[in-house]
Design a protein around this ligand. Structure first.
Ligand code: FES
Length: 150
């Protein structure tokens, strides 16, 4: 992992703070997430505190700090999905797999994120698993859906 980070950092000279987001994007693309080790290395390189890096990165929903699971679940909590019970689906989902948005299950089966809109509001509430949209989600459909993914 250190070699990967170093190779990415070499491409972003000078150590201008404007390069921080592109570096974080490159690390996430290569590693699938931004590990604590990566944050430490980036912090040393740019001479920015670790808390500042987390502060900046958490502003952008594209960054994740846990390794991705085998299957990625995105629950939509945009207006249409919220009105159609998206929060209720999220609670059922959290109870079923035991994690909150931004986390990965211990067995690496699922990671979970919330999104603002998946662009198919007429199908609300919507859940996406591995880039496949599942529309008009219900608690019963959710359990059946999760059972399809090992
Ligand atoms: S608000 Fe959920 S798909 Fe648009």
């Amino acid at each position: 992992m250190k070699d990967t980070i170093d190779a990415i950092l070499k491409k972003h000279i000078p150590k201008e703070k404007e390069n921080l987001i592109p570096v974080l994007q490159s690390v996430q693309k290569k590693e699938g997430y931004i590990s604590p080790e990566s944050v430490n290395r980036i912090s040393d390189y740019f001479r920015i505190s670790r808390s500042s890096i987390y502060g900046i990165a958490t502003f952008y929903s594209q960054f994740r700090f846990n390794p991705p699971g085998r299957h990625s679940i995105k629950i939509c909590l945009g207006t249409a999905c919220h009105v159609q019970g998206g929060d209720f689906i999220l609670k059922a989902l959290q109870a079923e797999i035991g994690i909150s948005p931004g986390e990965t299950t211990d067995d690496m089966r699922f990671d979970l994120d919330r999104v603002a809109c998946l662009g198919c509001c007429a199908l609300a509430p919507v859940v996406m698993v591995d880039n496949k949209i599942h529309s008009r989600m219900s608690v019963i459909k959710l359990k059946e859906l999760l059972n399809k993914y090992e």
